[in-house]
Design a protein around this ligand. Structure first.
Ligand SMILES: Nc1nc2c(ncn2[C@@H]2O[C@H](COP(=O)(O)OP(=O)(O)OP(=O)(O)O)[C@@H](O)[C@H]2O)c(=O)[nH]1
Ligand SMILES: [Zn+2]
Length: 301
């Protein structure tokens, strides 16, 4: 690489084999990773060698602050790098999956990214109590939950503005939660980008097909949108990472008799004692055991 001509930029979209890189002067280029080097992701800071007027080669991915990803079976899927917070969109109708939400929270904590849950569609009054009830246990574990409706755009912007300001937020959600609707309120021209891109790929009009970073209109923050998901494997995490995903276990863990307690059947386990007392919700402990068992079945440790 010729350092003299190398330009610095940030990856703002991933399209499979190539990336869109925004340079520090605000211009964008279509860039290809050099050689077989793969693994660059949206949010990455990169050095590129310009090629012609509009293209470039990615020479180097600069060290990341963090990286959020999931792993389903043997495949890993990177969501984004260098993010300040993870916004997980859930809804009462269709009712979000407890399991998927719990997994996203584990992934966030293991990557040192602060999660915030956005409960969308609060206008659906009848379905709302059940969703709130499902979220109670997470609120008790100290995870922030914000209620909103993408159908009340002014209110939505007012609620989210302080949260999004000067930060890079990654937006994640199971399909159907209203993530695209919400994004279109925050970034009014997002739909146009998404649609043009989807059509170019021959995909459905309203399907989010790739991960993309948008600047908020008033220049007060960035938001990364990623495709909706139906699965959230965490095969890349070890037992300690998984345990960290359950903040409500912390007090119990301090009382475990064995330093390498897995909190499933060990005598003198503080987590099981807390579970017994009702201080830890059964579903959360079940999820913990499920993730651990999946990883053990994969022979990860
Ligand atoms: N009642 C109500 N419906 C909403 C709200 N936000 C979105 N919806 C509806 O929920 C449905 C799903 O919204 P989308 O924005 O397409 O959902 P998504 O999460 O992006 O789903 P994928 O595109 O599959 O990833 C649509 O019919 C929206 O109109 C809301 O605040 N209230
Ligand atoms: Zn224990």
């Amino acid at each position: 690489m010729d350092k003299a001509t190398a330009l610095r930029g940030r990856i703002i979209a991933a399209h499979g084999r190539h990336y869109t890189v925004e340079l520090t002067d605000g211009s964008v280029r279509k860039c290809f990773p050099r050689g077989k080097k793969a693994g660059a992701t949206v949010g990455d800071q990169v050095l590129i060698s310009p090629q012609g007027e509009r293209e470039g080669a990615i020479d180097e991915v600069l060290p990341r602050r963090n990286l959020l990803y999931r792993s389903d079976d043997m495949r890993t899927k990177q969501f984004a790098a260098n993010v300040d917070q993870l916004l997980i969109v859930v809804a009462p109708e269709p009712l979000f999956s407890d399991d998927l939400l719990g997994r996203a929270l584990v992934a966030a904590r293991s990557a040192d990214i602060e999660p915030v849950i956005l409960l969308n569609k609060v206008d659906l009054q009848d379905a709302l109590p059940r969703a709130r009830q499902r979220l109670d246990k997470l609120a008790n574990a100290g995870i922030p939950i914000i209620e909103l409706s993408a159908y009340a755009p002014d209110e939505l912007r007012a609620i989210l503005h302080p949260l999004l300001k000067d930060r890079c937020s990654l937006l994640l959600g199971q399909s159907g939660m209203g993530k695209s609707t919400l994004l279109n309120v925050l970034v009014p021209d997002a739909g146009a980008h998404t649609q043009a891109h989807s059509e170019a790929l021959g995909a459905g009009k309203h399907t989010t097909t790739s991960t993309r970073l948008y600047h908020l209109p008033d220049g007060s923050g960035d938001i990364i949108d990623s495709p909706g998901f139906q699965a959230f494997g965490l095969y890349h995490l070890n037992a300690t990472d998984i345990e960290r995903g359950f903040p409500e276990f912390v007090d119990g863990i301090a009382h475990c008799r064995y330093y390498n307690c897995t909190h499933r059947h060990e005598p003198g386990c503080g987590v099981l004692a807390a579970l017994e007392r009702g201080d830890i919700p059964v579903e959360r402990h079940e999820l913990y055991k499920r993730i651990l068992a999946e990883n053990e079945a994969q022979g990860r440790y």
